[in-house]
Design a protein around this ligand. Structure first.
Ligand SMILES: [Zn+2]
Length: 820
């Protein structure tokens, strides 16, 4: 019996064999897609005189000629306008108005308006309406300017947007009947080249971006090196209720991936993946996430079963430097609830996934697209990962899940990794690693640390530069002992596991691999696998020689805990849309603060939040406004704009952490044996309830409402909207001032007297201000809370019997409330 069949039982046996035996016969191109790509203005045209139409928040006026594109499958799906056109975009809500004002650098903006001399329009129903209004199209010869304008769009699609919008048009053509797609390309007089869209499937369906839209169907996406971004993304102006768009949701959900990856001696990768999935909608087009430099060679599909009948299926993947989004076009619509298999064979070109960084160090790219997939991070699936690497090299693979096999086959070393439970994404690291392993008894977590004894190119270059700068002076050379730094990584893993277990409940996995990578600053987290930036493995002396200041030391101190914390926040519990990204990044950052508290005490914890407070209020160099004015936490990734590119990380990570810290402080009860009891109960319930799911901020809010003490219920309805509206969906940061005195009143009695005031807030802005008594040596004790609403001041006058004479009284000693 062959060794494989002992180890691979059940469906995995079928999978592994299937991957290896896949055919390499390329399928014919899908004819409808080919016709869509080939369609050009065909000579039919309409004269438009003051033609006006609305598409949700967009209002258009066109005077000129509309040249129709050749029909595909009998439908005129697109047209080119040449003449004098204009549009206005009237934002659906205040957050989007603010977003447009930021991008346009116009604080008074109420609506966006632009004019244009040409536009490409895709909307079959709109073209029909315009055709009827004009009394039909005139036949003729294709118009030069219209053809040129369309060619300009096609070039932009390939070279600038690098997004295959034709895949979305194909979906629309093959599945008409729902609400129509409106898509326009406009290179405006004021606004750089842009896509304007009303897409009933949601903003992400265009694949111009992937941020997890929340049912937003109207978008303005600008392509520009400086000012580019998602300028507008909103639900319909007349949206009835918030929630995902009716036509959105995945075409299919994946249940299992068997990924067979070969890493060649030159580090190029090739592979085959079998994905088992269930159809969710009766559709023929299945978009796949795949790194463009991984080129599809063949795709087959079959209905799942004991003896699947494989059929080759057409796929789409344009040139790797261009609009290379991948998709499969099935010959018939998927059946909802039916199970299928999809087998893909691909090979990498250039540095598709692995970049050699010297001396056995590698950078692994294509985080969630090194295998063809659907729904990474949003859906969970089982994984079996097979890696075939050169037997002779020193390098090894460390992957997610559990290593279930390691063997030699010819000149290859083969390792197999299996997920012990469904995961959101699979990842691996590769390099010449030295492995060390320790089990932390209190947390039960085995932490493996993989370091690379070799110096990556980036370090060598740095040393050369340092030596050149030092000249004949004292040598600028130093060695980096990465193995010595492994101990710090152990501590990060163990400390974070202890804090996470205590505050959020245990993880399913009792092992985590912390691995070095050659990127200087970026850490990453996969299920059971963490990348620490190279800097984290460089000791303090070397960091100082490199000119990295105290900021970097803090980053290094915290990045390990932050990345390990993603095992709870990001991998165990996901997030619904970009509005909710703080539930991952803010919570992970908060967790690294808790680890700091346990390691270094209250002083370090307070410093951690004081630095965050300053960062939130700060206007970064080159930015037009302070981070806190960029927008609310709920704006997520879209906070990063050309006016302040850093705002996203500061507001979602740092303010996100601060908001959770504020809840923790407000829920603290010193009378309890564990003063964090209520907070812990809330966080554990949140982690357990949304294990493997993608909660939104409102889901978290409901659990806060369940566990919060009565003092936090500041409104009659007992809801916490006031808190989340202010801190997650709002941008106001109050100024709190206090003038408090403590006077001896005789007989062990003390009188605390003075005023506490709030300013720079709207009338309904509510805070609960904690008052603390201070003692010698920086000690303090909480006295009580004073609620304040709006711009107001309250006087304090209490007499207390105390065992010890206080030095004084202060507010907000634990950074309990984020203030100016
Ligand atoms: Zn993170």
């Amino acid at each position: 019996m062959n060794e494989d069949s002992v180890r691979f039982r059940g469906p995995w046996l079928v999978f592994a064999v299937l991957v290896l035996s896949a055919s390499l016969t390329a399928a014919a191109e899908d004819p409808t897609y080919a016709a869509l790509r080939a369609a050009r203005p065909d000579g039919r045209s309409l004269a438009l005189v003051n033609a006006e139409f609305d598409r949700d928040a967009f209002h258009f006026t066109l005077n000129g000629t509309l040249d129709l594109l050749a029909p595909v499958d009998g439908t005129t799906f697109g047209a080119v306008f040449v003449g004098t056109g204009s549009y206005t975009l009237t934002p659906a809500n205040e957050a989007e108005k603010r977003q447009l004002a930021v991008y346009m650098k116009d604080d008074k903006l109420e609506a966006l308006a632009d004019t244009f001399g040409a536009a490409v329009l895709f909307d079959a129903s709109l073209i029909r309406e315009l055709e009827q209004a004009a009394g039909g199209a005139k036949p003729g010869a294709a118009d030069g300017p219209a053809s040129a304008a369309y060619d300009d769009f096609l070039k932009r699609e390939r070279k600038d947007f690098t997004t295959n919008l034709h895949i979305r048009l194909l979906q629309e053509l093959l599945h008409p009947g729902g609400r129509p797609l409106f898509l326009a390309y406009i290179n405006g007089k004021k606004i750089p080249p842009a896509i304007l869209a009303v897409d009933p499937r949601g903003g992400d369906a265009l694949h111009l971006f992937d941020i997890g839209d929340d049912g937003e169907t109207s978008a303005l996406y600008v392509q520009d090196k400086t000012k580019g971004g998602i300028w507008y993304l909103a639900r319909p102006v007349k949206a009835e209720t918030p929630g995902p768009a009716a036509d959105s949701g995945p075409v299919a959900t994946a249940e299992r991936y068997a990924i067979d990856t070969t890493i060649a001696p030159n580090n190029e990768i090739s592979g085959g993946t079998v994905m088992a999935f269930t159809g969710r909608r009766a559709e023929r087009v299945l978009p796949l996430a795949l790194e463009p430099k991984l080129r599809l060679d063949a795709v087959d599909w079959a209905r799942a079963g004991d003896a699947p009948e494989w059929r080759s299926v057409p796929f789409i993947q344009e040139d790797e430097e261009e609009d290379a989004d991948a998709a499969v076009v099935f010959p018939e619509p998927l059946v909802a609830g039916e199970k299928y298999l999809l087998r893909t064979i691909y090979h990498g070109v250039g540095k598709a996934v692995l970049r050699d960084a010297g001396d056995g160090n590698f950078t692994v790219g294509a985080r969630d697209s090194w295998y063809p997939n659907i729904g990474s991070f949003r859906q969970t699936a089982d994984f079996e990962l097979t890696f075939r690497i050169p037997r002779s090299g020193k390098n090894q693979v460390v992957a997610v899940g559990v290593e279930s096999d390691s063997r030699v086959e010819g000149d290859q070393r083969v390792t197999v990794w299996k997920s012990a439970h469904p995961l959101r994404v699979a990842g691996f690291n590769f390099g010449n690693f030295r492995k060390a392993s320790q089990t932390d008894e209190p947390s039960g977590m085995t932490v493996e640390v993989y370091t690379n004894p070799g110096d990556p190119d980036v370090l060598r270059q740095f040393q050369q530069a340092l030596q050149a700068a030092a000249g004949d002076m004292a040598g600028g050379s130093f060695n980096v002992d990465t193995a010595g730094l492994a101990q710090a990584a152990f501590a990060d893993g163990a400390n974070t596991a202890r804090v996470g277990n205590a505050y959020f409940g245990p993880l399913d996995d009792k092992r985590i691999a912390i691995t070095q990578q050659s990127a200087w600053f970026s850490g990453q987290s996969w299920p059971t696998l963490v990348y620490l930036p190279y800097l984290a493995f460089v000791d303090g002396t070397a960091r100082q020689m490199m000119g990295f200041g105290a900021d970097m030391t803090e980053f290094v101190d915290q990045v390990g805990a932050h990345e390990v914390a993603h095992q709870w926040w990001g991998h165990k519990v996901g997030w619904r849309s970009y509005h909710d990204a703080w539930l991952s990044e803010g919570f992970a950052e908060f967790t690294s603060g808790l680890v700091l508290l346990k390691r270094k005490g209250v002083g370090a914890y307070n410093d951690f939040y004081e630095k965050k407070r300053k960062a939130i209020l700060e206007r970064p160099r080159g930015a037009d406004f302070p981070n806190c004015e960029a927008g609310p936490i709920a704006q997520g990734y879209r906070l990063a704009s050309w006016r302040n590119p850093q705002a996203y990380s500061v507001i979602v990570y740092e303010k996100g952490a601060y908001v959770l810290h504020m809840l923790r402080m407000a829920m603290l009860d010193p009378r309890k044996e564990n003063s964090d009891e209520a907070f812990i109960a809330m966080m554990k319930e949140f982690a357990a309830t949304y294990d493997g799911k993608n909660p939104g901020t409102r889901d978290f809010q409901r659990l806060v409402e369940k566990h919060a003490p009565p003092k936090l219920k500041m409104t009659a309805d007992g809801k916490m909207d006031w808190f989340f509206d202010q801190w997650v969906r709002g941008t106001v940061i109050p100024r709190l001032t206090a003038k408090l005195d403590v006077k001896g009143a005789g007989g062990g009695k003390y009188r605390v007297v003075g005023t506490i005031a709030q300013s720079e807030v709207p009338d309904d802005f509510a805070v609960i201000v904690p008052v603390y008594l201070t003692y010698e040596k920086g000690a303090f004790a909480k006295l009580g809370d004073i609620p304040l609403v709006g711009e107001t001041s309250k006087s304090v006058d209490v007499v207390l019997t105390l065992a010890q004479r206080p030095k004084g009284a202060v507010i907000n000693a634990m950074h309990d409330v984020l203030t100016r």
